[in-house]
Structure formats: C-alpha cells, structure tokens
Design a protein around this ligand. Structure first.
Ligand code: NAD
Length: 483
C-alpha cells in the first residue's frame, strides 16, 4: 500500500477531504513514494481557522519563549539531518551532498529566527512635541502562508515559517505536490515541539489549494517562490484580496568572464553554478558571456570539465549530478535544447537522451553546452531550469553588461575578473538582485534578504533577513501625553 499523506491542521494529522491524490515519484528509480492529496478549499479553510484561533494566545507568548521553540526545532533538525537529506534526494533527485547543503541552509534560517528577540524592535523618540513621546511598536499581524516550489523542498519553506512564527504570527505551508515529503518530516519535528495547536499548519495540494490561500480573507500575507508566470498570478491575486505579498519568480542568470579572470577558478565555479542540482536552482548560471580572448580557452575547458561529470542516482555518493524533477521536465528541457540547435546554436556537449545504468526510467538529462548562442535565441532568453549552459561571445565588458541587462529576468549575475574597476562597474550597472564577483552562485545567507529584480521578483520586501522581519510585522504608532 502506498502511503497517503495527511495534512497537519490544528496540531493534528488529518485526512484531506480531497477526492484526488497525486503520485509522488522518485525521479531516478520511478518508485512511488507516496500519494499526496489535491486538497480543496475546505482544507485550506480548516487550516486558516486553526491558525486564526491560535494567533490570539501565540502573540501573547513571550518572544523569548517563541524563540526557544526554534532552538529546540533546530536541535531536532540537526538530529534528523541525514534523514532530511535522504528524503530530499528521494523526492527531488538531487545528489546527497546537494541535499545536505540544502538542509544546512534551511537550518541557518532557523538560526536567524532564534535571533528574532534582538531584531524585532521598534523605536521611540521622546518629546516629539512638548511633553509628547512617539513610539513605533513592531507587532505580529496574524495568519501568514507560503506557497513553495519543488527545487528546494526543505530550504524554501524555512526561509519563511521560522521567522514568521517567532515574530508571533501563525502559519500555513502549501508545498509543491511534486516534493511534499521533506515537509511531512519537518512537521513531524514541529509536532514534537508541542507548540500550541494551530500555530503551524501544512496543507498539501496544487493549484486549487494555492488559489484558496491567495483568496482567503483571513490570511494577511503570502510568500511565494516558484516560476514567473505563477508568481505574477500570486502577486496580482493576493493584491486584489488585500494581502501583503512577496513573490519570488524564475530566473535566467548570466555569468560574464573577462580575459583577466583566473580561468581555472572561474571554470570550477561555473561548473557548480550551471550543473549543481542539475541546473534546477533559481541562481543557476545559465548563460556564460565570454569576453574577448577568453572565449576559446573558456569554452574548451567548460566542455572538458562538463563531459567528465558523473551523472547518477543522488543516493549514490559517487554521483555528481542527479535527475531533473520529472519526465515532463526532461521532455521540456530536451525540447529547448533542440530548439536552440534549430535556432543556430552548436551543441558542443549534448545531454539529450542520457541513460544511467540501473535506472532505465530515471529522468536524467546530461550536462549540455550550446555554443554560438546569441541574445535573440530562445535559449538565451527563456528559463530552461535544467543542466544546460549557453555560451555567448562578446568583444568587451560594456557589451557583456548590455547583453545581461537585456534579460527580462534579474535574479542573479556574476562576473569573473581580476579587475576591481570592472567588478565595481558590474555591481553598479547590472540589473540583478544577487551579484557574484568571482562567485558563481550568489546566494544570500539567512541574515540578508534574498534579492531579485524585474520578472524574477514581484513585491518590495524580499525573503530572509531584515526584510523578513518587516514583512512579518507591522509598525504601530503610539503617541503619548501624560498630564
Ligand atoms: P511552479 O511555479 O510551477 O510552482 C510553485 C508553487 O506554485 C507550487 O507549490 C505549485 O503547486 C503552485 N502552483 C503551480 N501552478 C499554480 C497556479 N497556476 N496557481 C497557483 N499556484 C500554482 O514552480 P516549480 O516548478 O515548483 O519551481 C521552479 C521555479 O521556481 C523556477 O522557475 C525557479 O526559478 C523558481 N524558483 C525561484 C526562486 C527564487 O528565489 N526566485 C527559488 C526557487 C525556485
């Protein structure tokens, strides 16, 4: 019997009222790991009701006590670190080391939440007028929710829930139906904390549950992470329903390499950026812009290194790159490679039709490099979200900046150089929210906001860091005169 996932509502595991269940498949072995409910609006309503009822007492729980729950949560996560990493591999297909990195990053967000008592502060000015004092008090706001993607099934929810509840809000997560299992274990650990019932809730599901979250009048704010088309829908729908919203969307990240860059270090970084998590990272390098003379040696070295990558099942420690998420994703990625070739790109390394011994049905795509890519090609413009690197050749630094700024996305961009002047110009002029200088994956750590510009982000306050404190609290103004 395949396990059917239950929602976690009001401190209990409860059957969904769904009539449809979706298979959760290990993308390498094709084993059915579980069935996840397509929870309907009624399940979201129950979760919101529980979260709303819990809010009154929870915001009165001293902030230091709320933070201590997070210290215990962190310890439980550390105890189950390897189990979490294994589940991420099984449901997502990435390698064990990548999954470990994801779990570590997620725990760092719990660490940040532990610091909420020192960062959730208001401010006060005495004698704003004669004998009158003015205070901005920071207060929690109510029920918040997150709608999260498949590619970091543990880490992305951790960007939000720990900080939100430590600020005094109550919470609902609606994870990706493709990767619900790491959240199931995470909520088993949250359950061990004996939080007041309803502080944290989990509703499995897809579009219907997302829409119910976006439209629910008692949810005050929504954090979304996923593709740009859905991010736009979430941003518009939440705004229409009067909610706070932060919607982190898709990406097309460019990496420029100057002739004065350290070639060996640049290539090592670009490899990690383009092929880590099989390219399914919103910070994955997708287009290399080779400037001037570096083009040929850079391309040759990238092809040499990428050809040697060992593709395999993530649970085998020798694997350096795992699967993409599903058969549909494999088909879409291979279709985009084919389209790139049809538009004139040269497949100097072609990962279409990749096969791995022992995993005949696994959804593997081999590392791919398309050379001779120009800005008008689809592979230079659209998000591929797979292990495909496009190479463009431009004559100088200014042309590289121009090409990068043509993108409608603005999640991340990197420059490899030994020139401080070019590094500064790059940071100053490139329109992307996360800039790497000699760094291939410019990932904000938990105490910094996770940037994103143009079609990669809709909203103003980003996830993580001080922005998260702003997002999950309001400032109430108090003006006092005592006669
Ligand atoms: P997705 O947009 O398909 O799904 C994300 C979430 O939205 C899931 O929970 C899904 O169930 C829900 N959803 C899907 N369609 C919906 C609809 N029509 N209405 C309402 N909800 C809907 O994204 P994905 O495939 O799970 O994740 C990959 C995408 O996420 C990539 O585009 C990647 O760049 C992006 N991403 C962005 C960041 C970031 O920080 N900017 C981080 C990780 C992933």
């Amino acid at each position: 019997m395949v396990k059917r996932l239950k929602n976690y509502i009001g401190g209990k595991w409860v059957d969904s009222t769904a009539t449809e269940y979706v298979a959760v498949e290990n993308p390498a072995t094709c084993e059915i790991l579980a069935e996840t409910p397509e929870s309907p609006r009624a399940d979201v309503d129950s979760a919101v009701k529980a979260a709303k009822e819990a809010y009154y007492e929870w915001r009165r729980t001293p902030v230091l006590s709320r933070s201590q729950y997070m210290t215990r949560f962190k310890n439980l996560l550390e105890d189950r670190f390897e189990d979490l990493a294994r589940i991420v591999v099984e449901e997502n297909g990435k390698t064990k080391d990548e999954a470990r990195g994801e779990v570590r990053r997620g725990i760092e967000s719990v660490d940040y939440a532990i610091s909420v008592p020192t960062v959730m502060r208001g401010y006060k000015v005495e004698d704003i007028s004669s004998g009158i004092d003015e205070t901005a008090e920071r207060q929690p706001m109510g029920v918040f929710a997150a709608i999260t993607p498949f590619n970091f099934p543990f880490m992305v929810p951790m960007w939000f829930l720990p900080t939100a509840i430590t600020c005094g809000n109550t919470y609902i997560i609606k994870p990706s139906p493709q990767t619900p299992l790491s959240m199931e274990l995470t909520y088993e650990l949250l359950d061990e904390l004996d939080l007041p019932e309803g502080v944290v809730n989990l509703v499995f599901g897809g579009k219907e549950a997302s829409i119910a979250v976006m439209e629910h009048p008692d949810i005050i704010g929504v954090s979304f992470v996923g593709s740009t088309p859905v991010a736009k829908i979430v941003y518009e729908t939440c705004a229409k329903h009067g909610k706070r919203v932060q919607a982190q969307g898709g990406a097309k990240n460019y990496i420029a390499v100057m002739p004065d860059a350290n070639l060996e270090a640049s290539v090592a970084n670009i490899m990690g950026s383009a092929y880590g998590c099989a390219g399914q990272r919103c910070l994955a390098g997708s287009v290399v812009v080779a400037v001037g003379d570096v083009y040929e040696p850079l391309r040759d070295e990238l092809v040499r290194r990428a050809s040697g990558l060992r593709v395999g099942y993530g649970l085998e420690e020798t694997s350096q790159m795992g699967t993409v998420i599903s058969g549909a994703a494999k088909q879409r990625i291979e279709g985009m490679i084919t389209q790139g070739v049809a538009e004139g790109a040269q497949p100097v390394l072609d990962g279409r039709g990749a096969k791995v011994d022992g995993f005949p049905e696994g959804t593997f795509v081999g590392p791919t490099i398309l050379d001779g890519v120009t800005s008008d090609m689809t592979v230079a413009k659209d998000e591929i979200f797979g292990p495909v690197l496009a190479i463009m050749h431009v004559p100088d630094f200014d042309s590289a900046v121009e090409v990068i700024n043509q993108s409608r996305y603005g999640n991340a961009a990197s420059l490899f150089t030994s020139s401080g002047k070019h590094a500064r110009e790059f940071k100053y002029r490139v329109n992307a929210g996360n800039i790497g200088i000699n760094v291939g994956v410019a990932a904000a750590t938990a105490s910094f906001p996770f940037g994103g510009q143009k079609e990669s982000f809709f909203g103003d306050l980003h996830g993580q860091g001080p922005d998260a404190i702003e997002f999950f609290t309001d400032r109430k103004i108090l003006i006092e005169r005592w006669l």
